[in-house]
Design a protein around this ligand. Structure first.
Ligand code: IPD
Ligand code: CA
Length: 290
């Protein structure tokens, strides 16, 4: 199979994210409809989440027929027409139609569309579009990260005690209790903590240096696929627990001089008996999302 052109994937991701973000905003202006819950009572989904993902699937089906997609609301499939055979392509799209659904429901103007393309399993293109402001972050593997044409470099903070650190919390009660214990251990050791409510935007904020670092446990691929690439291409180190790639156990993005300190602190604070956070992707079969 020929090597996919990353510039073409980027172009598609930008167009898809823009149209998807416009649809999310249009729905919001009409009022939030069909608010339901997924994995827990705090894990919300709306008609807009589903409509935006349907739009994304339709657009990718037009621009990139036959490629695979993993989306938060509708799971895994091909973006070919429904009748088409599953393609054995090299590209997989990983999308979150609305990242920051709780903000969206409450009218807090901080939510985004996240579109990433993996080539042969490697995150290669990432686009995050803030649905309200229209700010768009993008990255191509090996080619840098931008916000609306501005090259991003991340924070140059070297001192953990001066670091502004963003994080987020899972929807599962037990997971939250563990996360709260970790945050209680981190907070006295850093400048401050921020919780904005959209992981993709947190990673883009780290890429910009609007926060110095970001960590979260329990995330799904769609939450961090695009933003993680933006942060990495902005020069931050992005990874997971104990040398693993970023994943459900940990997504950490930090300037290189801070990374090991923060990682080791998070690892130390992790309760010894703490089982790995449930892998939300594993629950997709029943369309239960996360
Ligand atoms: C959530 C947000 C939130 C993070 C949660 C995610 P959703 O995604 O990114 O900031 O803390 O872990 O699940 O549900 O709004 O798409
Ligand atoms: Ca979402």
């Amino acid at each position: 199979m020929p090597e996919p052109h990353l510039s073409e994937l980027l172009e598609v991701a930008v167009v898809v994210a823009r149209q998807a973000a416009d649809l999310a905003l249009a729905h919001r202006l009409l009022g939030v409809a069909d608010v339901g819950t997924k994995s827990t009572d705090t894990d919300l989904v709306t008609a807009a989440d589903r409509a935006v993902e349907q739009l994304i699937r339709g657009l990718l089906g037009t621009y990139r027929p036959g490629e695979t997609i993993l989306g938060e609301e509708l799971g895994t499939g091909t973006v070919a027409d429904e009748a088409g055979p599953a393609a054995v392509g090299r590209v997989r799209w990983v999308v979150d139609p609305i990242d920051g659904t709780v903000n969206y429901v409450y009218g807090i103007p901080h939510y985004a569309v996240s579109v990433a393309a993996e080539v042969d399993g490697v995150s290669s293109v990432g686009v995050v579009r803030h649905a309200v402001t229209g700010q768009t972050w993008s990255a191509v593997r090996g080619q840098g990260a931008w916000r609306d044409g501005v090259r991003l470099r991340g924070s140059s903070c070297t001192d953990l005690s001066r670091a502004l650190v963003a994080t987020g919390f899972a929807y599962h009660t037990a997971g939250r209790a563990r996360q709260a214990r970790v945050v209680a251990g981190v907070l006295p050791l850093v400048r401050d903590i921020r919780r904005f409510g959209a992981a993709s935007l947190d990673l883009c904020a780290a890429a910009e240096g609007r926060v110095d670092a970001y960590f979260e446990t329990g995330l799904s691929a769609w939450d961090h696929a695009a933003g993680g690439l933006v942060a990495a291409e902005a020069g931050l180190r992005v990874g997971g627990l104990r040398g693993a790639p970023a994943g459900p156990d940990l997504v950490l993005a930090a300037p290189h001089p801070l990374y090991d300190q923060l990682h080791d602190l998070l690892d130390d604070l992790r309760p010894p008996s703490d089982p790995a956070m449930p892998d939300p992707a594993a629950t997709l079969a029943g369309d239960s999302g996360h």
